[in-house]
Write a protein that binds this ligand. Sequence first.
Ligand SMILES: [Zn+2]
Length: 368
Amino acid sequence: MTDSVHVFIYLTGPGWYILKEHGFLEKHCRHQFPVRSQLGCSHAALLTALTGKTPDEHGHFSSYYFQDKVTLRETVRRLYRKLLGEKSGYFGTYSIPMRNLKYFISSGHPYVHDLSPGCFAPLTSIIDMVQEKNLAHSIVGAQTGSPVQALKNVRNQLQDRSLNFAFIEINEMDELLHSTPHDFYKIDKKLRNYEHHIEKIISVGREVSSDFNLTVFSGHGMTFAPQRINIRKKIEALGMNYGLDYHAVYDPTMAFFWFKSKFARSIILDRLQELRHCKILSENEKKEYGIDFPDRRYGETMVLVEPGFQICPNDVLSCLPAGMHGYAPDHPDSLGACLSTRPIYPGPTQVKDFFNIMTNFVSGCKQG
Ligand SMILES: [Zn+2]
């Protein structure tokens, strides 16, 4: 076994300012970087970290993508699953809205949390690279069980000298921060608990390896979002026919539109341009954010609301939480983070760079 060991912990929910406010791991992880978050859902950011690809390359972005010409059989299958009450996503309240059954596919892919080799094929992820190098590893997705148990397992593997690479995804703080984004006590309690177990990992890691390092990644932050904006009502007031003139999907922070005619496009775009507290993303912004899908499966027109607002009603959540993410990636509350026990050059500036940090470590390890 090579002597080099690197443990990576990926947090979903607490971004740069929350981690700084609570002094998370400040004694051990002195090399700290705010990073621009990846616009899109949490899965989009996680996949970008694992593959180094943007959503328009790996395909995961928001709640639904468009697929015209769905067969009757497929529509009936979706209706059946909906009637059965199949749910996923935030707080288990997420399902395909009836009006979209014919046109859209829910993109809540369950394999996102599988994290096994080949799970993102044809893309190559860090998981494939670790496997190929035959490194002693522990790769644990958020759905696997208790995050604290996963951290304890890492410590035990270090003690047994049977670990070179670990990636532990922890997403339980995401729900806490959605519900109570300003509850300092609850947030602090959770972070101190993680910190306690991570400090033990660092202590054991340094005993068993002369080249031990640990890095914490955060894919995005959380924004207090008490304001509501009803985009759907404003569009429906135009008198256009949903399905005949246009299609639309409303996420909590973004709205997506597809047009069936130039006339419908012109009327709807004029209305969207007048709306306060939201903006239509330009083609340059789509490129910059890595969401320039050539097939427009996530919308010909994308509207992003200002931080602090949530689209209500939307097609994802029946009950809006106090905190939300998915706003402009450079907004302070959106920022993710990288905290490391070792210097990183060049320092990461965006979620995509997490992949390079992990790749650099794996590339430098001897074949196991
Ligand atoms: Zn979330």
